[in-house]
Design a protein around this ligand. Structure first.
Ligand code: BES
Ligand code: ZN
Length: 917
């Protein structure tokens, strides 16, 4: 039962909160440094035998939630032995025999080690070294409801009856819950899979069906046999059984040889909502085949929407599984934000079909190879399919800040980090592996040039396909292609924690001194902190538009700047660092922005400038009022991403300041209102014909920020449209704006001391939308989140009660409620009290899935920003056994500390500034 995971999908929670901008909502889990120091040995299986082929038969029972199984494994016997140890988890082995030559050994003893999740089979005799043996095991397991291994997921049929489907989630270490196996990524084998299922259901697996026949002894069952897989790792095996329908398309075959049959499977009635994902998939498969110089390796690609799904999506080879909201998109009814996330998630998972599935990391310490690369190349594919989305600026606005934020904590970890067991592996699916990894790859690819970089990747794939590889193999292929030592540069970034802040000081009339040191958001770097001298590409953008390719390689160096003093480092924001400019330089840049001279500072540069100043105000290198002044230079800004970055930092400021006096809070809201109100008015409420997607996103952002900053006109219009919509006028509220309007209305309405039930009516109307199973999953989810915008105590209690009622909210979605309340000024104390009062009950309920409990702890305390509260929270956890959630807890505490320090340092100057306005 020892299970922990930290799925990355939670970082996408921000999609539901346009006002939060990109990355400020969710803190992260991480491996603490102490833990790295007391590194445990890797928990791996003995190497006396090695599997090379599995013949697997499974029969899941969707009424009793039990599955029967039989697996025959071909083994290379390396050392003579009578004991075979393999992985199992909650599997009951019924029989085991071991055959070699003409001998058959029976099993004399089976012993389980539930902690190590292994079973050891002792046989009646010894199997000699160098023989080929066949291990034949029959077993039984549970179709669990924990969203892991071979599990059940529920749905309602036409009559509203609850029914179940069966599906799998094996990465990283849960194939062992479905069949006894050698569950390590480097032990690749081929698979013949057969599923026995009720005749009316569709059964899918990695490969295409080669045979289907009714069971002789029971006509209600059929047996479906799939083609032999290529060599693959256990974590990529998958099967899905349910009453699915599908839509289908084929790749052109231009880069793939044969056209690839590509399908989206859904429960009955939803398959059309898979159209966007299907179109993206077909294009992405062609794109990747071309870029990787290797056709898609399997004959088909199936993608399935699963109603209960722990993470966001999973790249099982040939059978990718998704959370509904990341696969289904209804052109008429879904919100624009989900178009981008769906396209991206599809591209990310399809990238893994090569990078991860065809070439696999040796061990989980190099998980980042999989995830960082799929993140970078996933966005590369989205950029190819939707060039109008300005994807790399989006990356600078969303992905990079997630990396920079986590890596600015002492408790972050290096990209390459050793992991010993399942729980440690789960915890590195974080912003370091994904976003810092992808940022570092982007930094390298822009340094080498994307074409050269991809040339190196092609070499790597050709050399290691069907096998396993390590970072060094990738650096070697890239070095061969580029003719330079890539490892020397990259290991500085992958083997060391943190990243630098460059402090700029004038050192002459036209030169600056640049000093690097690790950036910490606590702002208190000391002698004990690890010292790294990074190689930093400066990319100095000069006033004449020239970009100087300087590289900083020393702790401190002097560089030439233009004589007019106007420059910006990190042109295009392709490299990973923060810049601390002298105030004079910032003023020069702000002037440039006011003049709307967008020729010089591109969109990504403007985003980067805000991002740097916004983070340095938290750590104390720059003042909060300087940020507020800078923010005002953007009143004429046109680009969505720049506004989004501004909104993120305004939001984090307002939320850290929430205990400040009313006049200060009103002052901060008015700064935001004055920025976003006019923008909202300019854009209006109605989507115009031929408007591009970024303008649509900007409208949502503007209305949301204006409406939640007391912009009266926006609030009135929101209320008007809300009631018209609730009364049945579907046209009055564009799907893009529905959740924003729900949020504004529920946050503005009060129950007027019980004299008016408008709030309750509104809240219940949104609840009804959440409960309407005929609506698209994104709309339902956004309604669920909107319910938490109310400030009313009684309604907050009702909302909290929903979180513990599985008949109302699926356990995969509970985290959205906690996140919302933890982030709400009126919600967080109630949530905290509820959490404290119900601690034991919550722990029993959610700790079966450790990541869930950790996430709940994190969400509950995430919003606080004072030393007093920090003390209270520490006190509460003092006598608890926090082992299972020590990291999310520790990290949340560190974040509270960062914000408390920030408020303590700058609240007076902000107050003075506001009162002087
Ligand atoms: N390989 C992961 C799925 C995964 C996540 C398995 C966590 C085990 C634990 C998949 O490729 C992935 O990265 N999924 C993301 C969404 C993605 C689009 C960023 C996820 O599920 O968080
Ligand atoms: Zn991934």
């Amino acid at each position: 039962m020892n299970r922990s995971s930290s799925s990355y999908f939670k970082y996408f929670v921000w999609l539901l909160f346009p006002i939060f901008g990109a990355y400020l909502l969710y803190p992260y889990m991480m491996a603490s440094e102490q833990q790295q120091q007391q590194q445990q040995p890797r928990q791996v299986l003995p190497t006396n035998v090695k599997p090379n082929h599995y013949d697997l038969w499974l029969k899941p029972h969707l009424d009793t939630f039990v599955f029967e199984g039989r697996v025959k494994v071909n083994l290379d016997v390396i050392e003579s032995t009578r004991v075979i140890t393999l992985n199992t988890h909650e599997i009951k082995i019924l029989s085991a025999t071991l055959g070699y030559d003409d001998e058959t050994l029976s099993s004399a003893d089976i012993s389980y080690d539930p902690k190590k999740t292994t079973a050891s089979l002792t046989f009646s005799g010894t199997v000699p070294a160098h023989s080929q043996a066949l291990l034949d095991i029959t077993f039984e397991g549970i179709l669990n409801d924990q969203m892991t291994g071979f599990y059940r997921s529920s749905y309602k049929d036409d009559q509203g009856n609850t029914k179940y489907l069966a599906t799998t989630q094996f990465e990283p270490t849960d194939a062992r819950r479905a069949f006894p196996c050698w569950d390590e990524p480097s032990l690749k084998a081929t698979y013949d899979i057969t599923l026995a299922v009720p005749t009316e259901l569709t059964a899918l697996s990695n490969m295409n069906v080669i045979d289907e026949e009714k069971l002789k002894d029971d006509e209600k069952w059929k047996q479906v046999k799939y083609a032999t897989t290529p060599l693959m790792s256990t974590y990529l095996v998958a099967f899905v059984v349910g009453p699915f329908e599908y839509i289908e398309a084929f790749t052109t075959g231009k880069h793939n040889g044969n056209p690839i049959q590509t399908r989206v499977y859904t429960l009955p009635g939803s398959s059309e909502q898979g159209r966007l994902a299907l179109n993206v998939a077909v294009e992405a498969l062609e794109f990747f085949a071309e870029q990787f110089g290797e056709p898609y390796p399997l004959p088909k690609m199936d993608m399935v929407a699963i109603p209960d799904f722990e993470s966001g999506a999973m790249e099982n080879w040939g059978l990718v599984t998704y959370r509904n909201v990341y696969l289904l998109f209804d052109e008429k009814a879904s919100s624009i934000q989900f178009k981008k996330s769906t396209a991206y998630v599809v591209c990310h998972e399809l990238a893994h079909q090569w990078f991860g599935n065809l070439v696999t990391m040796q061990w989980w310490n190099e998980l980042y190879l999989n995830e960082a690369f799929a993140t970078w190349v996933g966005w590369l594919a989205v950029d190819h399919i939707y060039p109008e989305w300005d994807i790399w600026t989006s990356f600078v606005n969303e992905d990079m800040p997630r990396a920079l934020k986590l890596d600015a904590l002492r408790s972050s970890h290096a990209i390459e980090v050793d992991v010993a067991d399942a729980s440690e592996i789960h915890q590195i699916f974080d912003a370091i592996s994904y976003d810092k990894g992808a940022s570092v790859i982007r930094m390298l690819s822009s340094w080498l040039g994307v074409d050269t970089f991809l040339g190196g990747v092609r070499r790597y794939i050709q050399k290691h396909k069907w096998g396993n590889a390590s970072s060094n193999d990738l650096w070697n292929s890239l070095s061969e292609e580029a003719g330079m030592d890539v490892a020397k540069f990259m290991t500085l970034w992958t083997k060391h924690v943190g990243y630098p802040v460059l402090t700029i000081q004038p050192s002459g009339p036209d030169s600056i001194n640049v000093t690097q040191s690790r950036f910490l958001s606590t702002g208190d770097l000391n002698a004990q902190d690890e010292v790294t001298t990074w190689w930093v590409p400066l990319h100095m953008l000069c006033s004449d538009g020239d970009i100087k390719p300087y590289i900083l390689t020393e702790p401190s160096q002097t560089f030439q700047i233009p004589s007019d003093g106007l420059f910006k480092l990190n042109a295009g924001q392709t490299a990973l660092y923060r810049v601390h400019y002298p105030q004079a330089t910032i003023l020069r840049l702000a002037d440039q922005i006011k003049q709307q001279d967008q020729e010089l500072l591109g969109t990504a540069d403007r985003v980067g400038l805000i991002s740097d100043v916004g983070s340095l105000m938290v750590s104390g290198e720059q003042s909060t009022t300087a940020f507020l002044e800078l923010a005002r230079s953007f009143e004429h800004e046109k680009e969505y991403f720049v506004w989004s970055q501004l909104a993120s930092h305004m939001k984090s400021l307002i939320s850290a300041w929430y205990e400040q006096p009313k006049e200060v809070m009103d002052g901060l809201l008015s700064v935001r209102r004055e920025l976003f109100g006019p923008l909202a008015e300019r854009l209006g409420w109605d989507v115009r014909a031929n408007e591009n997607d970024l303008t649509n996103l900007l409208r949502v952002l503007a209305i949301s920020n204006a409406g939640l900053s007391k912009h009266e006109a926006t609030i009135q219009e929101a209320k008007k449209r809300f009631w018209a919509y609730v009364e049945g006028d579907n046209e009055v509220l564009h799907p893009n704006l529905r959740s924003t309007v729900f949020n504004i209305v529920l946050s503005e309405l009060t129950n007027n001391n019980g004299n008016d039930d408008e709030l309750t009516r509104a809240w219940e109307a949104v609840l009804t939308i959440y409960q309407d199973e005929s609506l698209s999953s994104d709309q339902r989810l956004m309604a669920l989140v909107a319910l938490g915008y109310t400030r009313d105590a009684a309604l907050i209690e009702r909302y909290l009660a929903m979180a513990s009622d599985e008949s109302q909210v699926r356990s995969q979605d509970v985290i959205y409620i906690y996140s919302r309340l933890g982030d709400s000024v009126e919600g967080r104390d109630r949530l905290y009290k509820y959490f404290v009062d119900n601690f034991d009950k919550l722990h029993v309920k959610f700790s079966k899935n450790i990541s869930m409990f950790g996430n709940i702890v994190q969400s509950t305390v995430q919003g606080y920003a004072s030393f007093d509260k920090l003390k209270v929270i520490k006190e509460f956890f003092k006598d608890k056994d926090t082992k299972e959630y020590a990291r999310p807890l520790q990290q949340s505490l560190e974040s509270i500390h960062v914000r408390a320090k920030w408020v303590e340092r700058d609240s007076d100057s902000v107050r003075t500034w506001i009162l002087s306005q």
